[in-house]
Design a protein around this ligand. Sequence first.
Ligand SMILES: CC(C)(COP(=O)(O)OP(=O)(O)OC[C@H]1O[C@@H](n2cnc3c(N)ncnc32)[C@H](O)[C@@H]1OP(=O)(O)O)[C@@H](O)C(=O)NCCC(=O)NCCS
Length: 158
Amino acid sequence: MNNSKIATRLAKISDLPEIQTMFVDTITAICKDDYSPEQIMVWTSSIKNTQRWTDIITLQYFLIAEVDGNIVGYISLYDNDYIDLLYVHKDYQRQGIADKLYCEIEKEAIKKGGTVLQSDVSKTARPFFEKKGFIVLKEQTNIRQGVEIINYKMTKQL
Ligand SMILES: CC(C)(COP(=O)(O)OP(=O)(O)OC[C@H]1O[C@@H](n2cnc3c(N)ncnc32)[C@H](O)[C@@H]1OP(=O)(O)O)[C@@H](O)C(=O)NCCC(=O)NCCS
């Protein structure tokens, strides 16, 4: 996609329903080759933690990408050195949306004096983070609601 068609802005609390719908839809459609239906159910059930989502929008640097006024992706930066969320709409994959969001977050981190970025990255997102220069520090097995979910602690020096 022509990069100039992708607009970015800070998230508002009123975006929360659309953000959460996209979270569930993206994981269900895009991560199904890397995670089982049971793992996906546990992962998507985290939208029920309303306090966490409100905190992410109000306390983190939370950027939204829009195309023609619709939310097509988002990224959030916590404490200037941790990428918490990065999700792109299932119908807008591989069109440079995560790339644009990531570049803006990296610039913001550098502007605030950051020297390193970290994230806990899904199997699905690992190739994207590797492309952006992150390396895997370790593979992690998380137990959530009794279900094992593997992800990777990844880091990049800025
Ligand atoms: C990971 C994710 C955010 C990438 O978003 P995207 O907008 O499709 O990524 P981009 O189009 O900006 O990709 C930029 C580059 O990253 C690399 N890349 C992205 N996805 C890739 C994939 N699945 N396999 C290999 N390389 C990939 C490519 O080099 C790509 O450039 P190219 O398309 O010119 O080859 C998206 O696939 C997603 O939402 N995944 C599911 C949710 C998820 O797991 N989020 C992370 C939670 S930790």
